[in-house]
Design a binder for this molecule. Structure first.
Ligand code: FAD
Ligand code: SF4
Length: 328
């Protein structure tokens, strides 16, 4: 591991200022991703600004919804009574991620910021436009079994690996961030992560030095009919090959509104407007769910080794919606 300076931040503004003033500095929260990346020499910050002791871990009612501190641990978030009662989809998604030990350390802000699990990104002997812009993409013509089938570019075919953000997208979350000037801005979760385009080195919309301080959730109509389905190679410590955050508002057997967000298929959580439109006003039936699944994948562009994900995603969507409607 390369030497680096360690600084413990005393307040959010001081933390943001410290990182903003050094292009090579990074925040340190639970450390479950950044420290692995540093040990593998993938990330090389010369300074870590420890934010883990800042008072940003509260989960509290806010308006008709809830505000979740960026430094609340994943475990505490999933188990919080307000989340379990009003946002059970989020609890399911968090618990589907990582392992109990990791969730005890991992923070919500760090979870949103976690980097791809593309093997070529981790292997510093291989070309990778995300790690070193302009070097090429090892996965495009390489082993791309776990990679994207939607929204990828010639520059990068990686997927965003997280679970929590998929549920947050279905629940219309907003990410609150604070810059070095002390000003806050909000980013709808759907605009937080980005597609790779020509700049895959940028995972998200955050500017250098901006600190995530909270995630705000509006009141949710999806407390009854929801399901987070995650398909992976093994039952724990594994990232999604395909995940589905499904939520339905059903009135007398008819779907009033739906949310279908896919994980493991694109560089960002992939909300399917096509599936949601196909479900709106339809009966909550297996046939409607299968049609929605077809609609969601109609523009899929599989790579050499991941065509299986197209069928897998269709089946996962139909299954998740069946579970959400309590028919399976
Ligand atoms: C073996 C293993 C399996 C895993 N499986 C899953 C899984 O199945 N699903 C899943 O979703 N995740 C999984 N994870 C990822 C894990 O959830 C993340 O590593 C964790 O959420 C990151 O949070 P952290 O607080 O430890 O972040 P850190 O490692 O401390 O930081 C990660 C990044 O976020 C930045 N950062 C941290 N906090 C902030 C903030 N407040 N504002 C701005 N930037 C910030 C840091 O600078 C760094 O770049 C797994 C991890 C491991 C090691
Ligand atoms: S898919 Fe993206 S992260 Fe993976 S090698 Fe290509 S550029 Fe790098």
């Amino acid at each position: 591991m390369r030497p680096f300076k360690y600084v413990r931040a005393s307040a959010p503004d001081a933390a943001a200022r410290a990182v903003a003033s050094n292009p090579q500095a990074k925040f340190l929260a639970g450390g479950t991703n950044i420290l692995d990346l540093m040990k593998e020499d993938v990330e090389r910050p010369n300074e870590l600004v420890d934010v883990s002791r800042l008072m940003l871990a509260e989960i509290k009612p806010a308006g008709s919804g809830v505000s979740i501190g960026a430094l609340a641990k994943n475990t505490d978030t999933a188990n919080h009574p307000l989340i379990r009662k009003n946002y059970p989809l989020l609890t399911q998604a968090i618990v589907a991620g990582a392992s109990g030990q990791l969730r005890n350390m991992a923070t919500n802000g760090g979870n949103l910021m976690q980097r791809t699990r593309c093997q070529y990104f981790y292997d510093t002997s291989m070309p990778c436009n995300k790690r070193e812009p302009g070097t090429g993409c090892g996965a495009l013509e390489g082993l791309n079994r776990i990679h994207a089938i939607l929204g990828w570019s010639e520059k990068c075919v990686a997927t965003y690996p997280g679970d929590m953000a998929n549920a947050l997208y279905a629940l219309d979350a907003v990410v609150r961030v604070r810059g070095a000037n002390g000003r806050e801005r909000t980013i709808p979760i759907g605009e937080f992560h980005r597609l790779p385009g020509d700049t895959p080195e940028r995972d998200n919309d955050l500017q250098h030095g901006e600190l995530i301080v909270a995630i705000d959730l509006p009141r949710s109509p999806f407390t009854m009919n929801y399901y987070y389905l995650k398909v992976r190679d093994r039952a724990s410590y594994a990232f999604a090959l395909v995940a589905v955050a499904a939520a339905l508002e059903i009135n007398d057997g008819t779907i009033r509104q739906a949310r279908v967000v896919l994980g493991g298929v694109a560089h960002k959580p992939w909300r399917s407007a096509e599936a949601e439109a196909a479900l709106s006003g339809k009966p909550a039936s297996e046939e409607s769910f299968r049609q929605a699944a077809e609609a969601a994948l109609k523009d899929a562009r599989p790579l050499a080794h991941n065509a299986y994900k197209v069928e897998l995603a269709k089946r996962a969507i139909a299954r998740a919606l069946m579970r959400a409607s309590r028919q399976a």
